[in-house]
Design a protein around this ligand. Structure first.
Ligand SMILES: NC(=O)c1ccc[n+]([C@@H]2O[C@H](COP(=O)([O-])OP(=O)(O)OC[C@H]3O[C@@H](n4cnc5c(N)ncnc54)[C@H](O)[C@@H]3O)[C@@H](O)[C@H]2O)c1
Length: 324
């Protein structure tokens, strides 16, 4: 059965996540432009970017109109959905510009804004004006990752004792993906503890730090992406373990069994490995947005959690400031 296209969509910011990542071709769906063009609930109608080169490139690929500002777009057409994919420092001002045209929804890139005051103001305004605001922390929308989150929440691995996240390229840009994922599991942490400040002089710092929920500590370790990229975590529970590997493209589950080499001892035993569909993450994000749009009561939880994620990031930054 073919689903009727229901919502017109534009991408504001035709850079990496807006349009460019998918220029590599193949089955991947890693941009807003490709996701809206592939999902039957949306019709991609235009692209907006201040750069004429970015507009020309997008036009060549999609044969759709482009605009160098939102005002010109909205003088010509009404649009249901705006993907906000400009640099983070521009999110707040472009959110307000977009809100002036009363779209049905805004899908905002992460981090939601430059600071938590702006983030909270965006959430409040969206709720007050009944414009659905969703945040593009991609992982919880991907089905295998969502199932993993649910299994951990249901204590399939017992009580989590400890965990470890390894990340590169910035606290706000990349570690925040995992802070956000852990908030899905346990809400705001009880404590944030800085371990070490990391390389000096970075625009987006790369500290090692711990998030603590009760006695459960999750260690975040920053690695240098000069050598290779890494984005992964492990959680060890009382009844098993989860390994989220290879940028999140596979999940390894382990349970507890008798140790075959040493009687009387128990060991972690790899149970199975599951491939995720992370290279089509943006389709799932669009699908989440679509389902929210057709539901009677859209859920602002992804935006609320993005605000909370930023609050945790700011707590780490405040501790970093104290070390200077
Ligand atoms: N969800 C994810 O996993 C993910 C991945 C990558 C980037 N991001 C986020 O997406 C956002 C964009 O990142 P990017 O890597 O695509 O950046 P980018 O620099 O590649 O692209 C940004 C685009 O916005 C355009 N732009 C800048 N100012 C503008 C303005 N005032 N009006 C219209 N267009 C403007 C630029 O010309 C550029 O084409 C950031 O917030 C980033 O953190 C999220």
């Amino acid at each position: 059965m073919t689903m009727l296209k229901q919502f017109s969509a534009v991408v504001l910011g035709l850079g990496n996540i807006g349009y460019r990542y998918d220029k590599q071709g193949g089955d991947r769906i890693t941009t807003h432009a490709k996701a809206f063009s592939m999902h039957s609930g949306f019709e991609l109608v235009a692209g907006v970017d201040t750069s004429p080169e970015a507009c020309a490139d997008f036009h060549e690929a999609y044969q759709l109109p482009t605009y160098t500002n939102l005002e010109r777009l909205f003088s010509e057409q009404q649009v249901d959905v705006i993907a906000l994919a400009v640099p983070t420092c521009e999110h707040f001002s472009f959110f307000q510009k977009a809100m002036a045209f009363r779209p049905k929804a805004i899908l905002c890139e992460k981090p939601i804004a430059s600071n938590s005051q702006q983030a909270q103001a965006m959430l409040s305004q969206a709720q007050h004006e009944s414009v659905f605001l969703a945040l593009n922390y991609i992982r919880p929308y991907e089905p295998a990752t969502a199932a993993m989150i649910e299994r951990i929440r249901q204590h399939a691995f017992g009580v989590i004792q400890k965990g470890c996240v390894r990340y590169v390229k910035g606290l706000a840009n990349n570690a925040s993906h995992y802070i956000n994922l852990l908030l899905h599991l346990w809400g705001l942490p009880d404590a944030v503890e800085l371990i070490s400040a990391g390389k000096p002089g970075l625009e987006d710092p790369e500290p090692d730090f711990v998030l603590r929920w009760g006695e459960n500590r999750i260690y975040f370790l920053a690695l240098d992406d000069h050598y290779y990229s890494v984005s992964e975590f492990e959680l060890w529970g009382t009844a098993g373990a989860v390994y989220y590997r290879n940028m999140g493209r596979e999940i390894v589950y382990a349970d507890v069994a008798e140790n075959s080499a040493f009687s009387g001892y128990k060991a972690l035993q790899l149970q199975h490995t599951e491939a995720t569909d992370l290279m089509r993450y943006q389709w799932y994000s669009a699908d989440y947005l679509f389902k929210q749009l057709v539901s009677q009561v859209p859920d602002y939880r992804s935006a609320e959690m993005a605000c909370e994620t930023l609050i945790v990031v700011e707590k780490i930054l405040a501790q970093l400031q104290e070390t200077l």
